[in-house]
Design a protein around this ligand. Structure first.
Ligand code: NDP
Length: 689
């Protein structure tokens, strides 16, 4: 059954703390598959300056009261709440022309991004309000003057202007990193599909999970919004290159040096490797992937494959195989279960795609599909914005311009021949910078030549082959942990990429000073800062009692030759440097037999551990382990263990403690340096659940 709205809904904006209608009646938004009105949209009369200022002053200050872990926990609560409403979103998704499978990418893919940022945020960021960036830079010989880069949230607002093709994911993939960073958001979805974004924002705000002012929505045009941006704000944009360039060159964006990131048209490509002949698994995978990328979301995806590079000898078999696959694509009513490809976003968008196909026809011929006459299995071929997939062939791609320049934002791709890998790379680069390129090959040489040739012009490269056929996430899926964005024509932006994108909403500041004061600023103990060696062993302290800088300095332990031989025979590590005096002496780094590095680490643990049951629950690893001075038989080891970072976990009765561990010899030379990572109870004795 076709899903349709009973009567047009009047969309509202949520600005400065209330839902507000535009001053005018509004522009009708039509169901992409039936042409029936779905909603009316208008944002005229809104005070954008006041909205941005409200976001900064109310939302920003509320968000910054929380730690990264607290904000990450909010994202998870939001994701869980949105999942409960997913069927409501799927119902409206059909109105955009998208099938349920298309909607899964937008709706559950978007919600999954919230889950991913929540979990990565809690794993990769400290439970703190400030981030340290990189190592301490020592600036004096006596350790009285050092520097540390820190990251703190910008005090502005993130304005996210989105495209029509992903009304949910487009918003969620941008608000997740902004909110995690501590920066409030104002979302402006593309008008065409804004009703679905509006519904999702209503559900988000109803949860009450986000601090007041953290999220605003503008349904309708942006008006004079950009005039009110400041240097503390961030502007992100997804859409056409023409609009993106206009926003980037906006006088106020330039004057205020507003951080701007753009993701625009991208002529992504897929390359069939020279080794991937028609009888190979890679050939079949390639054909499947190209057909899928052309038809998912009716080709209205920023990552969709537009250019298909094929070894000259395999052009004909690729066209035959692709045409056969595309002919089987059932086009029609997006809500029908048998439909594989729904409608484009609007009739205007279909006209736009037809015009772009006409542009491409200057350099390429249509080999499958007819843009002029539409065949649908269900629905109304004329009232709905349907279009059958169109495959084109450009026989002389080096002489052609349009195939590397014109983005037909629909189910359209062009096959082109190449003679060697260098040519395929050169053709891909004619796109002047793309979001993603796929290379289908099982040959390591082809993979190396192609990837190293392509990398400078792409934000992501997927290597497809038989081994990853079942596990590959595919050409078209931006993943929360991987960079999404590309250089040049793709906009030059960088979204997602895990915690990289969170840092786009923060200011990096180099702080110079004496270690004691730097440590106070960052909440992280650094060498040279104050340390407290009390009568209580730090392993006897729960998180409630432990403080940054609590330190234990152990007594000495001598390392004997018998210890080294015992360790070697016990572990099986009889490497010559530990067992053969002459061979060890001949080694340029040693002056005779040396202790195993792991023996030093084990002896260090023996020196610093407090053995009785206590608040330290587990040792889960070490970071940055370095052996700096060889240890010979007769050397005496000593350990200085200092609480460096304390991260109480939210919703758990324990947290992580990072200890600075410095092992020295009798001459006070550092022989080993590392961080010991432990789980420590918040209170001791443990409270029975
Ligand atoms: P637009 O560039 O027209 O619009 C993108 C966003 O910008 C929308 O939210 C739009 O709002 C907004 N916008 C437009 N003008 C202004 C302005 N002056 N100030 C502030 N915001 C503005 O792209 P469309 O969504 O209409 O898509 C057009 C073409 O863009 C597609 O056919 C396709 O070629 C390309 N495109 C590329 C994408 C990609 O990721 N590579 C994604 C989507 C589109 P409103 O809708 O209210 O006008």
């Amino acid at each position: 059954m076709t899903a349709q709205a009973a009567s047009p809904r009047i969309l509202e904006s949520f600005v400065a703390g209330r839902w507000t209608r535009g001053a005018k009646e509004g522009k009708p938004l039509l169901n992409a598959a039936t042409g029936e009105p779905v909603a009316l949209i208008d944002a005229s009369g809104l005070d954008f300056g006041a909205a941005l200022e409200w976001g900064r002053s109310v939302g920003g200050s509320n968000l910054r009261k929380y730690s990264f872990h607290e904000r990450a926990t909010m994202l998870k609560a939001l994701a869980q709440a949105l999942m409960d409403h997913k069927e409501e979103f799927y119902a409206e998704n059909f109105l955009t022309g998208a099938t349920r499978a298309d909607g899964w990418i937008d709706i559950e893919g978007g919600i999954g991004t919230l889950f991913a940022y929540s979990s990565k945020g809690r794993r990769e960021l400290p439970n703190a309000k400030v981030l340290t960036d990189g190592d301490v830079e020592p600036l004096s010989k006596d350790n009285t003057f050092s520097a540390q880069h820190i990251l703190t949230p910008l005090e502005g607002i993130a304005v996210h202007i989105n495209a029509f093709n992903f009304p949910c994911w487009g918003m969620l993939e941008k608000i997740a990193p902004s909110l995690l960073a501590g920066v409030p958001c104002l979302v402006k979805p593309a008008s065409q599909t804004a009703y679905l974004t509006e519904l999702m924002v209503r559900r988000i705000l109803e949860t009450g999970v986000l601090p007041y002012g953290a999220l605003q929505l503008v349904s309708g045009s942006a008006g004079d919004m950009l005039d009110h941006l400041t240097g503390q704000d961030v502007l992100t944009f997804t859409g056409s290159a023409a609009t993106g360039q206009m926003l980037k060159a906006h006088p106020n964006v330039i004057r205020e040096a507003v951080r701007f990131t753009m993701e625009a048209d991208s002529l992504n490509s897929a390359i069939l490797g020279t080794d991937a002949a028609p009888d190979t698994p890679e050939f079949e995978l390639f054909v499947k992937e190209v057909a899928r990328e052309m038809t998912v979301k009716a080709g209205q995806k920023c990552t969709a494959i537009r250019r298909v590079m094929v070894p000259r000898a395999h052009v004909e078999p690729v066209i035959v195989a692709l045409s056969a696959r595309l002919a089987k694509t059932v086009v029609g009513d997006p809500a029908a279960e048998t439909t594989r490809m729904g409608a484009l976003a609007s009739l205007a968008q279909r006209e736009e795609v037809r015009e772009r196909i006409a542009d491409l026809s200057k350099d390429a011929e249509i080999v499958a599909g007819d843009p002029g006459s539409v065949k649908v299995a269900s629905g109304d071929a004329e009232a709905g914005a349907f279009l059958n997939p169109v495959l084109m062939h450009c026989s002389k791609p080096f002489d052609a311009q349009s195939v590397h320049d014109v983005e037909a934002f629909g189910p359209v791709a062009t096959v082109m021949p190449y003679d060697d890998v260098a040519e395929a790379v050169a053709l891909a680069k004619r796109g002047k910078g793309s979001l993603v390129c796929s290379v289908f090959t099982n040959d390591p040489r082809v993979a190396e030549d192609a990837v190293l040739g392509l990398a400078s012009h792409h934000g992501r490269i997927l290597i497809g082959n038989r081994d990853s056929a079942k596990t590959s996430t595919g050409h078209g899926s931006p993943l929360p942990g991987l960079v999404h964005g590309g250089p040049g024509r793709a906009g030059g932006g960088e979204e997602l990429g895990g915690m990289r994108s969170v840092k786009h909403y923060m200011q990096r500041t180099a702080v110079q000073g004496t270690p004691r004061l730097l440590s106070a600023v960052t909440g992280r103990w650094i060498g040279g800062a104050d340390a407290e060696s009390g009568s209580v062993h730090p392993f006897r302290k729960s998180l409630e009692e432990l403080r940054i800088g609590d330190q234990l300095v152990t007594g000495e332990r001598e390392v004997t030759l018998a210890d080294i031989e015992h360790f070697a025979n016990f572990t099986g590590d009889t490497f010559y440097a530990h067992m053969d005096e002459a061979a060890a002496k001949a080694n340029p780094f040693f002056d005779g037999r040396v202790a195993h590095g792991y023996l030093i680490v084990s002896f260090a643990a023996g020196l610093f551990v407090d053995p009785a049951p206590g608040p330290v629950l587990a040792n889960y690893g070490v970071d940055n382990l370095r052996f700096l001075t060889p240890v010979n038989p007769g050397d005496r080891l000593k350990v200085r263990l200092t609480a460096k970072e304390i991260n109480p976990r939210i919703n758990a009765d324990h947290g992580e403690v990072r200890w600075d561990c410095c092992v020295t010899n009798q001459a006070d030379e550092t022989v080993a340096q590392y961080d010991v990572l432990t789980m420590v109870a918040k209170a001791w004795p443990l409270v029975e659940a």
